[in-house]
Write a protein that binds this ligand. Structure first.
Ligand SMILES: Cc1ncc(COP(=O)(O)O)c(C=O)c1O
Length: 362
């Protein structure tokens, strides 16, 4: 009888709660208003011929390389950062190799690492989700072949310093080190300029978050040109669809739109953090477009909080099951009209559930 590989038979299923997402969607860290209107105009202008042809990635890669100030050979456009993670696993991991993550973090790292048959090494974040650089260094071994770090991290919003990340990359020269900058625009710090002198470093970016194009599925993986040649061998030549490729240059050209959205999100972050502070709710200062907060002492309390917000038309994400996140929810931020709605519902929910300083203290 046909049976999947043993690594797949033991793979835990990952089901993001995508069904029935009606209301204001503050649960997936998406852009809450969507892409630049110029992108929509481009979509309306697509012709049957645009869709009939196989997509041609290379010319758009040149434009993206120009935008990032790197050479086209140093990057690959991908079907979102998710595909970039998958390609790195396929390129560098043999069954039994060690792949390291810091938890809590983005779920897809472990899925792809485990699917490749790697042994997962999960290093716990430090106090207040600090980046555990010394613990990571201790866990490195000659079998460590891939290290993935989200920076800023999801779901915590915390950042690792460039110095710490480089220290790790230089201490593990035989490991691919992925710095996933999916939330770069909200934070502004990048390791991209280091790729030239750190050949095992890869930086990923996405157009799913600040650019509001999660539905188009497009991201970038950048790294040393020789390493990227190997990664490109694994990728389909048609991994990014024609619609996404047509829209990307237009999205990149409208930086005013991105700057305005990012500035709104930063303001919203401050407003939400002030509400948590005055309610005595524990939260972790974030460099991304979301904030993690402990709204209850346990999983049941967090689920009830999520349900009360949902009844008020606001979707937020229960992160209680993540290591160190008991009783926590993650709330995505958007522009001021969305923040007004969020804070209204939040204050009512806090009052109704009696979320108090004592109940929410870590
Ligand atoms: C850290 C991180 N990386 C990658 C992704 C997924 O990016 P993409 O939509 O480009 O696959 C997410 C989405 O939540 C994320 O939080």
């Amino acid at each position: 009888m046909l049976s999947p590989r043993s690594a797949i038979r033991t793979l835990p299923a990952y089901h993001p709660p995508l069904a029935g997402r009606s209301g204001l969607r503050l649960d997936f860290n998406e852009n809450t208003v969507g892409c630049s209107p110029r992108v929509l105009e481009r979509l309306r202008g697509l012709t049957p011929e645009d869709l009939a042809r196989y997509p041609e990635r290379a010319p758009i890669e040149e434009e993206v390389a120009d935008f990032l100030g790197i050479f086209p050979q140093e990057l690959l456009l991908t079907n979102g950062v998710d595909e970039a993670i998958h390609l790195l696993c396929q390129t560098y991991l043999e069954a039994g190799d060690e792949a390291l993550i810091v938890v809590p973090t983005y779920s897809m790292y472990r899925i792809y690492m485990m699917a490749a048959g790697a042994k997962l090494i999960s290093v716990a974040a430090g106090k207040d989700f600090r980046f555990p650089v010394d613990d990571i260094l201790t866990c490195l071994s000659p079998r460590t072949r891939l290290i993935a770090v989200a920076n800023p991290n999801n779901p915590t919003g915390t950042v690792a310093s460039s110095a710490d990340l480089l220290r790790i990359a230089r201490s593990a020269p035989a490991a691919a080190v992925l710095v996933d900058e999916a939330y770069f625009e909200f934070c502004g710090e990048t390791l991209l300029p280091e790729r030239g002198n750190t050949p095992n470093l890869f930086v990923a970016r996405t157009f799913s978050k600040a650019y509001g194009m999660a539905g188009l599925r497009i991201g970038v993986l950048a790294g040393d040109a020789d390493q990227m040649r190997a990664v490109r061998l694994v990728s389909s030549p048609y991994n990014v669809n024609a619609v996404a490729l047509a829209c990307l240059p237009i999205a990149l050209a409208d930086q005013a739109y991105i700057a305005c959205y990012v500035s709104e999100v930063r303001k919203a972050r401050g407003r939400l953090e002030r509400v948590f502070q005055s309610a005595g709710i524990r939260f972790w200062p974030s460099q991304a477009n979301f904030v993690l907060a402990r709204v209850a002492s346990d999983k049941l309390g967090a689920a009830s909080f999520v349900e009360h917000m949902r009844r008020r038309g606001i979707l937020v994400r229960d992160r209680s099951a993540d290591p160190g996140c008991e009783g926590c929810v993650r709330i995505t931020l958007g522009p001021s009209e969305h923040t007004d709605r969020l804070l209204g519902a939040l204050q009512e929910t806090i009052a109704e559930l009696g979320v108090t300083q004592g109940a929410s203290r870590s």
